[in-house]
Design a protein around this ligand. Structure first.
Ligand code: A2P
Length: 278
């Protein structure tokens, strides 16, 4: 199974479907990465806060597939904001992984009350220029946070990874990303924030699943794909990992997409990074 890539503003591509890894530990994630890679996954999403970067890299080494064929993301949390702390943060992450570079380095949360994301971004720009992070981006940034970065710094974030699913569609945010060439990436694409299994039992999803001969999770992930979003569903289960990749094998109609749009809980839904983050 070849997974389509979406172009980043660096010229590199990001595989549109990747493996989310929270809350797996090192041992679990290494096994998961091996299984995922056998199925065709090449994009793995980690973070220093998940405490599983070493396991991700170990899994990649165990596959025997060259490092360059993988797209690996990590994120640095608030501990590494300001005062060039991201330099030590990324070096430590690379040491844990025994990698020369990450494909994507994200600011995990804006933490606007600390007011250090702009200076942190300048540090990221240097780490990018030095080649330690092939692309740099942000996570959980709202439009005003992005506007500040665009106004006060030089490099446009390649990606904004946000909580996003049909109930939390972040329409305005995506419009802004699109205008500025920022790729939207969904964390908890299956609605993890509000309870995955309860969400997947929604009658709109079960009805579409039945019509297409697919699972409700596949309907949701196909929605992300058709919206042009990068999604990183977490699964520790090989069958569900395979199911989550099989979304490139079918299509939703315009009418299906309109029905999925009715699941939206409105523009304010989802976590608010002006008050949440670490
Ligand atoms: P598991 O690891 O047992 O497969 P999200 O990435 O949106 O936060 O969702 C993660 C949760 O969704 C995990 O609990 C994961 O459980 C479950 N999950 C992942 N893929 C599927 C699937 N295809 N069908 C049902 N549940 C899934």
């Amino acid at each position: 199974m070849t997974i389509p890539s979406i172009p980043l503003n660096t010229g590199a591509g990001i595989p549109q479907l990747g493996l989310g890894t929270w809350p797996m530990n090192d041992a679990e994630v290494a096994d998961a990465v091996v299984a995922a890679a056998e199925l065709g996954y090449r994009h793995i999403d980690s973070a220093t806060k998940y405490a599983n970067e070493a396991g991700v890299a170990e899994g990649i080494r165990r596959t025997g597939i060259p490092r360059e064929e993988f797209f690996v993301t990590t994120k640095l949390d608030g501990e590494f904001q300001g005062e060039d702390r991201a330099v030590g943060g990324l070096r430590a992450a690379l040491d844990r992984m025994r990698f020369e570079y990450v494909d994507l380095l994200l600011i995990h949360w804006p933490l606007p009350q600390r007011d250090e994301y702009v200076s942190t971004w300048r540090t990221y720009e240097r780490l990018h220029a030095e080649g330690l992070a092939r692309a740099i981006g942000v996570s959980n940034f709202k439009v005003p946070h992005l506007e500040r970065l665009l106004a006060e710094t030089d490099v446009v974030p390649a990606v904004n990874q946000v909580q996003l699913d049909p109930r939390v569609p972040r329409v305005e945010e995506r419009r802004f990303h699109h205008e500025h060439g920022i790729v939207t990436e969904s964390w908890s694409p299956l609605g993890g924030g509000g309870g995955v299994q309860e969400f997947l039992a929604d009658p709109v999803l079960t009805e579409l699943a039945e019509r297409h001969g697919r699972t409700p999770a596949q309907i949701v992930l196909r929605w992300h794909v058709q919206e042009g979003i990068v999604a990183i569903p977490k699964s520790s289960n090989r069958q569900r990992m395979a199911d989550n990749l099989a979304v490139f094998e079918f299509e939703l109609t315009e009418d299906d997409m309109s029905r999925l749009a009715t699941l939206s809980r409105g523009p304010g839904a989802g976590v608010d990074s002006d008050v949440t983050g670490h």
